[in-house]
Ligand binder design. Structure first.
Ligand SMILES: NC(=O)c1ccc[n+]([C@@H]2O[C@H](COP(=O)([O-])OP(=O)(O)OC[C@H]3O[C@@H](n4cnc5c(N)ncnc54)[C@H](OP(=O)(O)O)[C@@H]3O)[C@@H](O)[C@H]2O)c1
Length: 254
């Protein structure tokens, strides 16, 4: 905790929301992509939706970071660089990589993503350069940083590979679904969500912070049930053609 009411309040809200989101998503499929359905109001193109949802991870994160007294110190800058490498790509390049024929996203989903990321980016960026964070230069050799950063980078690389596989399943103009094959896809239906979750647990470890922990818990609560929904959907859709031994998101377990 930083002892700053807005920061601490947001962190507590994210922590409290994680179990609620987990519970809700066990019963409701978040209505975007293949689980999209009517009744959620107007929508916007998927590419634009990604920019709307993720732009706070650059603007708010950098703003909150720049306001902190430790903004010029080495460790906060290294940690901020990890975040910005991922979110620079996710916000500005990923939307260009996905096919424009992708399904539109409801404004309510994009708006919720935007609000969440304003709050999440504010606490993560603000924490790193805050007086209270006080990372010594030796933190970069600390096992928590080293293991966390390795998990983050491994998750990032795996996530981009998994997204790439999905993106190349369709020929230009196609909108249907294909069984993904190869690598981690032989073990689980959603390596993209597995690797994303690994990334944020790596972030929590490398930053050794409550905002980092809150985001890792929230990501797990958000993506693990969605992976189960995707997995069930694949089974419903492809029946016996879907590899029987494949799990949803945790190899050999779930
Ligand atoms: N940190 C977080 O909390 C968080 C939250 C959400 C997403 N993310 C990340 O954002 C990225 C995208 O997430 P997402 O939920 O949009 O993933 P997704 O539902 O798997 O879809 C990714 C893209 O691939 C297409 N696609 C998926 N499966 C396909 C198949 N079997 N055949 C053909 N095309 C397929 C989708 O098309 P359609 O749109 O037509 O389905 C979409 O364009 C992932 O890396 C994820 O980890 C992170």
């Amino acid at each position: 905790m930083r002892g700053e009411p807005l920061h601490d309040g947001i962190v507590l809200v994210i922590l409290a929301m994680a179990p609620m989101v987990l519970l809700a998503l066990l019963f409701i499929r978040a209505p975007y992509g293949r689980h999209q359905k009517g009744g959620f109001g107007p929508s916007l193109p998927a590419r634009a939706a990604w920019v709307v949802m993720e732009i706070p991870t650059l603007v708010v994160f950098v703003g909150a970071f720049a306001l902190g007294p430790r903004r010029a110190e080495l460790v906060p800058l290294v940690l901020a660089a990890l975040w910005l490498v991922h979110y620079g790509d996710r916000t500005l390049l990923y939307p260009l990589r996905i096919r424009p024929s992708g399904k539109p996203t409801a404004w309510v989903v994009a708006g919720w993503g935007f609000i969440f990321q304003v709050a999440n980016s504010y606490v993560n960026g603000g924490w790193l350069s805050s007086e209270q964070a006080a990372y010594a230069p030796g933190w970069l050799a600390d096992p928590r940083f080293v293991i966390g950063a390795l998990l983050f980078v491994a998750g990032l690389v795996g996530n981009r590979w998994a997204d790439h596989v999905l993106r190349t399943l369709r020929k230009p103009g196609e909108t249907g679904y294909v069984i993904p094959r190869g690598g981690l896809y032989e073990l689980v239906s959603c390596p993209n969500y597995l690797t994303e979750t690994v990334m944020w647990w790596g972030w929590a470890l490398a930053t050794w912070s409550l905002p980092g922990l809150a985001f890792a818990l929230f990501t797990s609560a958000n993506l693990l049930p969605r992976a189960v929904s995707h997995h069930r959907w694949y089974r419903e859709q492809f029946g016996e053609n879907y590899p029987a031994e494949r799990k949803a998101v945790l190899p050999f377990v779930l």
